[in-house]
Write a protein of this length. Structure first.
Length: 371
């Protein structure tokens, strides 16, 4: 069975995600703001859930149409062959969003979508009441500028929930964003990675998983595994495929530090859960004492800043310290994420490249130093 699949992502990571799905064998890949849409079969659906690093979730795009009125919304949903995906006993809750559209009431849109689904499925199964005791088929509508997408979630919990980070420090970076930055920073199987503000270890762990080709979803399960639509054999085969792709010969090493001793212990515990503790070395250290080891390295960090943890003057003081201790050597590369437009002024050097990213709702820049 062929599916039209769609995967939302952080704004700024669309090109990274589109490259990921292409490498997996996806067809008809299309990129839009915060989303990548592509085609594939049951195996690709399972592979995408298990293996995508920067997608927030994987959804089946059931239909799309313009909706200027509730009647448009009702008829658009009613035309979708929902019975191909949802059984007579399955649960099909509805949630969604609407932006810059005439249909702006989310509760009313939810009611209309649900009503249309009940109408369509009732006719297909010749029943008037749905007990919804079976597996969950979460429906999501997205209306933007009066164009409506109707999607069926296959992931369940967001794909950033890899399973290794049960607890975290204040203001953690999402695993999917960290993975995107790792990709942009070109971390390889033989790379040496540094993070002097390691927090709960997300950047170090995502770096290790990327370098060793460990699929991020290998240790977790997904909503679609409980559906009759996709045979269990396919999930088993895709998990085995992902397991076989792990590169145990990679020489990757990561070095992390943090001024907070609790963060250091948390990083060690999370690395252990992720199965990469042997590759990650972490210690308590102030950034003013930071130094890289011999040989080329990749430094990626998300220093604390005013909107998250510190006042702006304290953050700027840290940037100045970073500028002094992040001494550029031949073949070293630095990648620093910050929301401060004047970061380069305090750091003391102009970046070779800047890329706009969002850390949660905070607009940031990824400052790249590659020379």
């Amino acid at each position: 069975m062929k599916f039209q699949l769609t995967a939302p992502c952080h704004f700024g990571l669309e090109s990274v995600l589109s490259s990921e799905v292409r490498r997996m064998g996806a067809e008809d890949v299309r990129v839009s703001d915060g989303r990548v849409t592509f085609c594939g079969d049951e195996a690709l659906l399972a592979r995408a859930n298990i293996g995508l690093r920067t997608a927030e979730r994987v959804q089946i795009l059931l239909g799309e149409f313009d909706a200027y009125s509730f009647e448009d919304l009702f008829q658009g949903v009613k035309k979708i062959p929902l019975e191909d995906y949802i059984g007579p006993k399955d649960a099909f809750p509805v949630k969604g969003y609407s932006l810059n559209s005439q249909l702006h009431s989310i509760p009313d849109c939810q009611k209309i979508v649900k009503k249309a689904m009940v109408n369509r499925l009732g006719a297909a199964y010749n029943i008037s009441w749905f007990e919804e005791t079976g597996s969950i088929h979460q429906i999501e509508f997205g209306i933007h500028k009066n164009h409506c997408l109707i999607m069926l979630d296959t992931s369940g919990a967001g794909l950033h929930k890899r399973g290794y980070r049960q607890t975290s420090v204040i203001a953690p970076m999402k695993e999917t964003l960290a993975a995107g930055i790792i990709d942009l920073a070109r971390v390889y199987p033989d790379s040496t990675l540094y993070d002097p503000f390691c927090g709960s270890g997300t950047m170090l762990i995502e770096g290790a998983m990327h370098a060793m080709k460990i699929a991020p979803g290998l240790r977790r399960h997904f909503t679609a595994e409980k559906w009759n639509l996709i045979p269990q054999k396919i999930w088993q085969e895709e998990r085995q495929r992902a397991f076989d792709l792990i590169d145990r010969s990679a020489t990757f090493e990561a070095y992390g530090s943090d001024i907070d001793p609790e963060a250091v212990e948390l990083t060690k515990a999370n690395a252990q859960k992720a199965g990469v503790a042997a590759r990650i070395h972490v210690e308590q250290r102030d950034v003013k004492d930071f130094a890289m080891k011999e040989g080329k390295g990749v430094l990626i960090c998300n220093p604390p800043y005013g909107e998250r943890l510190l006042d702006m003057k304290e953050a700027q003081k840290i940037y100045r310290t970073m500028g002094k201790v992040f001494v550029p050597r031949e073949k070293d590369r630095f990648y620093i994420i910050s929301p401060d437009e004047k970061f380069e002024v305090y750091f003391g050097r102009k970046a070779d490249k800047r890329r706009k990213l969002y850390n949660g709702m905070i607009k940031c820049q990824l400052f790249s130093y590659q020379k």
